[in-house]
Write a protein that binds this ligand. Structure first.
Ligand code: ZN
Ligand code: ZN
Ligand code: ZN
Length: 365
């Protein structure tokens, strides 16, 4: 399911970062660091899968024997060590690791395995792997951008089709099922999620679709995405069932300008927080500041949410290849919500938009 990529090159790059940080061994299990470096995603089950990356030695994937057929060799970037049901995989990993002074372990590793490894490797200091793996994953290469773009274009086609769907009289859950179905039909390998938040439910940004029947006059926030070759899409458009109330139309004009301003602020060298400030400034100036209750965006790639986070306090300077969402919203409790979300990639000379479906308030029946 993951694309062919230069896994050997990525392993070399992470080893260079290990050397800078005096990390002797890198241990990766469930989570997205493992597929980034090996093309294989561990099953999140009770049997341990772990990639053991020695800074100055071989790379070995320790994997339950019954799951070993799932692993592609990927041009010999790593060896495969299948373990049998009666073996102790923690002891195998500890043995391969030797007695390192410092081990970095993936942030998503189950604590059961980390605690076992800490017992088995009593002289080893454990640190989190993410400072090294995020440093690589935060800048997408051309192949990764191509998959993100394919996923983004697929969601744009879903938005186009939503304009022709009936809304009034259907429940949020019915519309969410339709969105998930179209997400796959338009080219995703899987649908990851679909938020359909109508009327007052729209004021909850991460609303779980309910049996509420959508009514004429509702604003409906639809936020959805899927995965193509492991890479995520994530887009939001806001719909109005019939003509919007004046209060909704006024707020939407502000939101659209805020989203435009934030996208326009993206270029190499500017800070992540300044992109957040560009959106927030427009919304606050119009008097809706208290109704914009979340950060402006999050990075996207093998995970739906990853670095960089577009939030006040993040002084990280944007670099070409960084991919993230720009998704300001306005949420008025008890009344309505609205959000516009696009994925963008920092380009050498500005910004590359991966979503191009119309950002207007979509009027539907
Ligand atoms: Zn969200
Ligand atoms: Zn979203
Ligand atoms: Zn998002």
């Amino acid at each position: 399911m993951f694309p062919n990529a230069d896994y050997s090159g990525r392993l070399d790059a992470v080893r260079a970062l290990m050397a800078e940080r005096d990390v002797d061994v890198l241990l990766l299990s469930v989570g997205s660091d493992l597929p980034y470096l090996s093309g294989y995603e561990a099953m999140p089950l009770e049997r341990l899968t772990m990639l053991v990356v020695l800074r100055d030695g071989p790379v070995t994937m320790v994997i339950p024997r019954l799951e070993a057929p799932r692993v592609q060799a990927r041009g010999g970037a790593f060896a495969i060590y299948p373990w049998d049901e009666t073996e102790d995989p923690v002891a195998i990993v500890a043995d391969l690791a030797g007695s390192p002074a410092m081990a970095a372990i993936g942030d998503h590793t189950w604590s059961r395995f980390l605690l076992g490894l800490q017992d088995a490797m009593a002289g080893t200091r454990f640190v989190t792997a993410s400072p090294m793996t995020s440093a690589l994953r935060i800048r997408k290469d051309a192949g990764e951008v191509a998959w993100l773009r394919a996923a983004g274009e697929a969601t744009d086609r879903v938005v186009d089709r939503l304009d022709d769907e009936p809304f009034a009289g259907r429940t949020e859950r019915e519309v969410a099922r339709r969105v998930a179905q179209m997400t796959v039909e338009e080219g995703h390998d899987v649908a990851a999620f679909a938020i359909v938040a109508s009327g007052p439910n729209g004021a909850s940004p991460h609303h779980e679709p309910t049996g509420r029947v959508i009514e004429p006059g509702d604003a409906v926030v639809i936020d959805f995405g899927g995965r193509v070759k492991g890479y995520h899409s994530d887009t939001t458009r806001t719909f109005s069932v019939g003509e919007p109330a004046q209060r909704v139309a006024e707020a939407y004009a502000v939101l659209r300008e805020a989203q435009r301003a934030a996208v326009a602020a993206v270029r190499p060298g500017v800070s992540a927080e300044s992109v957040d400030a560009a959106a927030r400034g427009v919304i606050a100036a119009a008097g809706y500041g208290e109704y914009f209750v979340h950060r402006t965006g999050h990075g996207i790639g093998l995970e739906g949410h990853e670095e960089p986070y577009i939030v006040a306090g993040n002084t990280l300077a944007l670099e070409p290849g960084m991919a993230f969402s720009i998704e300001p919203g306005i949420y008025v409790p008890g009344e309505f919500g609205m959000r516009i979300e696009d994925i963008v990639v920092v380009a050498a000379d500005g910004v590359d938009r991966l979503n191009r479906s119309p950002r207007r308030l979509h009027i539907v029946d």
